[in-house]
Design a protein around this ligand. Structure first.
Ligand SMILES: Nc1ncnc2c1ncn2[C@@H]1O[C@H](COP(=O)(O)OP(=O)(O)OP(=O)(O)O)[C@@H](O)[C@H]1O
Length: 330
């Protein structure tokens, strides 16, 4: 156990995990250094297949690391997990509830099973905003309500750290907002929320700090404001031949992505340089609009740089990145 006052909620050092499969070895996590400060919402971001679930499963003792260390509130895990597990609530897979029972009855059963005080059920239903529907059967719940009930279940033992792996997967915008509001109110009451996601725009609205990983490695971390401030501006570029323009701009070193009938160019310090580069190839710009930078563009810029500099690509990871880009830019 670490002795300093400022012990992070989660800290990993050089954490590594590879999986063996019929196709050889797949990197899950490669030397990951992750620091999640105490208090607030921490977004753990990365494309599909970048190692988020693997990391979370290692923290919870569900997957064994090949090497490196992981600590929760200073306790090394999995070795000392029993000392700290009472302070951690996690949703890694969809928890099972009885469909024919009400939310309250499901939680009453769980509370009894883990020895949580009876009064706690009413409190957690209140915390996730399900009081009014607590007597309805679980099977009639929307996906968003089911996910909030799952969060309520993790709160029964009043943990200090909540770990949610992609909690908004499959939810509609209203459900996503509900989960976001729930995470915000948990953090406002002093909890630490570690939430993984590949949907940047969602996390940007709720996270205080983020860690961005790709191919199992950390490529950026810090407060959302710092990261957005560090990235150059994005510029929307209108041009008739977007395919050729994208090639020209990429050759010149910019990170370019399609944006409807235009192109979005990230990390631009001097927009006039874009006009010059395109004019040099007889491509005439009809629109050049600076766009407020967001985590999404910072992320794409970082991933773009990382992959440009990158060595070998794990095909699955690369496919995952494209999925993410399409999803976040849809
Ligand atoms: N049980 C396993 N066996 C083999 N390879 C695995 C296993 N679990 C994960 N991997 C591989 O490890 C890498 C990281 O996967 P992981 O699920 O941790 O990423 P992720 O960021 O959580 O992705 P997603 O958002 O899709 O869940 C991927 O290449 C994945 O294919």
């Amino acid at each position: 156990m670490q002795s300093t006052a400022e012990v992070p909620a989660v800290e990993t050092r050089a954490l590594r995990k590879t999986y063996r499969s019929r196709r050889g070895r797949a990197v899950g996590v490669e030397g990951l250094d992750l620091v999640v400060p105490v208090g607030g919402v921490h977004g753990f971001l990365g494309p599909n297949g970048s190692g988020k679930t693997t990391t979370i499963r290692m923290l919870l003792g569900l997957v064994r690391a090949d090497s490196g260390t992981a600590r929760i509130f200073g306790h090394e895990v999995p070795r000392h997990l029993p000392d700290v597990v009472g302070r951690v609530g996690a949703i890694v897979e969809s928890p099972k509830f009885f469909p024919a029972f009400s939310a309250r009855r499901n939680l009453d059963l769980l509370a009894a099973a883990i020895g949580a005080p009876g009064g706690r059920v009413g409190e957690v239903l209140e915390e996730v905003g399900l009081c009014e529907r607590a007597r309805d059967r679980y099977r009639g719940y929307s996906l968003g309500m089911k996910q909030r009930l799952a969060i309520a279940a993790t709160l029964l033992k009043d943990p200090d750290l909540l770990i949610f792996d992609e909690p908004t997967n499959g939810l509609d915008p209203a459900g996503i907002r509900e989960i976001r509001d729930t995470m915000r109110s948990l953090a406002d009451r002093g909890k630490t929320v570690l939430v993984s996601s590949h949907i940047l725009a969602e996390v940007e609205q709720v996270a205080d700090t983020v860690s961005i990983i790709t191919r199992g490695r950390l490529i950026a971390s810090g407060s959302v404001a710092e990261l957005i401030g560090a990235g150059g501006a994005s510029v929307r570029v209108g041009v008739a031949d977007t395919a050729l323009a994208a090639t020209v701009l990429r050759e010149a070193g910019w990170v370019v992505r399609p944006d409807g009938r235009s192109l979005m160019v990230d990390g631009v310090e001097d927009p006039a340089a874009i006009t010059r580069a395109l004019a040099g190839r007889d491509l005439w710009v009809d629109e050049l609009v600076p766009v407020q930078a967001g985590l999404e563009s910072v992320f794409l810029e970082l991933v773009g740089k990382d992959e440009a500099a990158g060595s070998r690509h794990d095909r699955r990871v690369r496919d995952g990145r494209h999925t993410t880009v399409e999803e976040v830019t849809a």
